[in-house]
Design a protein around this ligand. Structure first.
Ligand SMILES: *Cc1c(COP(=O)(O)O)cnc(C)c1O
Length: 382
């Protein structure tokens, strides 16, 4: 079966590295989508141990599950004063107001409706639980427009809306464009409407843009899990997840024969093929398919590590199986049972993502349910 080994020490080291870049600033963690596919409960427990107290999820339901697992941590994790905060990024659905209140989740209000729903919910529950607001600064995804931000600011100023965070999100922090600087300027101006409310702007790539972007709290995600976060970040980030699967069969196919579904091309030389038990149902994208070196090249496809060497994917990735061209390896180097690494410390996840026309985020969050998550307490990869 395919396995993803998760290096707990590397996850913690990445969080510490990000935290150290901005002394005096709180460093949170995006743990949405089941901790980027690796397991939100385990990720959160590890980061809580490292000192992280601010967690970001997309949905209230994710937040409620996370609260349950945080409450199962050692006693001091659940005491009110040290209670970790869980922010729910996607706004407020009326049906989830009570869930927010019951499980101590902080909604991130992004529309005037969100604000109305929240205030009505608080009134009905006679609660003063603070919320966060998100401001639109150039991404046009979620967030209050400047007009709505002014209305929210008036409510905050008159004590009718308790806020614990004002935030926005960077659209292209991982690319060398001027958009981040423009968003920073807009954020400064709009967040200024909420004096004394703590601020947050930076995702992983934002952390690497320097202290101007840090404000009071950063919200890294992908860099924690070993994905690149913009130019120059990869040296600082340790691989966290290693996806492996085992060789089921090794065979030699002759020049002229076809390989895999669709027989997209024919072998132009005798080729040693390793059949490996992983496929797109496990989250190893079909778009990682390659013609392989032994076939008339359609396009390169991804590579994997087998017997310590990089070997190309041959033909089409299927649901449960992927073929690797191991002709370049010594005769006996690959036997059934050997494990191939599809991404990890020896096969950068960003390189695999690029070959498949996607991003590391999608490879991690797309890991299939039958991929066993194997957590290590020690430094597996070093
Ligand atoms: C997902 C997300 C993050 C984390 O982003 P990364 O690029 O993974 O670091 C931060 N803030 C918001 C609003 C998000 O949706």
């Amino acid at each position: 079966m395919p396995v993803v080994e998760i290096d707990r020490a590397a996850l913690i080291a990445n969080w510490r590295m990000l935290d150290l870049r901005n002394p005096g600033v709180r460093t949170g963690a995006a743990v949405k989508a089941n901790g980027y596919g690796l397991g939100a409960a385990e990720v959160t427990a590890a980061l809580w141990e490292a000192g992280c107290r601010d967690f970001f999820v997309a949905w209230a339901e994710e937040g409620a599950v996370l609260r349950d697992s945080l409450e199962r941590l050692p006693a001091n994790a659940s005491t009110a004063s040290a209670a970790p905060r869980i922010f729910v990024l996607q706004g407020l659905e009326p049906a989830t107001v009570l869930l927010h209140l019951a499980r101590n989740l902080t909604p991130v209000l992004s529309t005037p409706d969100d604000i109305t729903i929240w205030r009505e919910g608080l009134r009905a529950a006679a609660s003063k639980t603070p919320a966060a607001v998100q401001l639109e600064t150039g991404m046009n995804r979620l967030g209050l427009t400047s007009k709505d931000a002014r209305l929210a600011a008036d409510l905050a100023a008159s004590g009718e809306l308790e806020l614990c965070l004002v935030m926005s999100h960077l659209a292209s922090a991982d690319e060398p464009t001027s958009q981040s600087a423009e968003q920073l300027e807009r954020f400064r101006a709009l967040a200024g409407l909420f004096p004394s409310v703590p601020r947050s702007l930076a995702n992983s790539a934002g952390v690497f843009l320097g202290p101007d972007y840090a404000f009071d709290l950063t919200r890294p995600g992908i860099a924690l899990y070993g994905g690149e976060a913009g130019p120059g970040s990869s040296e600082a980030i340790r691989a966290v997840a290693r996806l492996t699967a085992s060789v089921l069969q090794v065979r030699i196919a002759k020049a002229g024969e076809a390989v895999g579904y669709g027989a997209a091309a024919r072998l132009d030389r005798d080729t040693r093929i390793a059949t490996v038990g992983i496929g797109y149902a496990d989250g190893y994208h079909r778009a990682a398919s390659g013609a392989g070196v032994g076939m008339r090249q359609l396009r390169p496809g991804a590579e994997a590590i087998l017997a310590g060497r990089r070997v190309p994917v041959l033909g089409r990735v299927s649901m449960d199986l992927t073929l690797l061209d191991v002709t370049a390896l010594p005769d006996d180097a690959v036997q059934p049972g050997a494990r191939a690494e599809f991404f990890g410390p020896d096969m950068p996840i960003d390189a695999v993502a690029q070959a498949a026309g996607t991003i590391a985020y999608e490879l991690l969050t797309g890991l299939g349910p039958r991929v066993k998550r194997l957590w290590s307490r020690d430094d597996t990869f070093s």
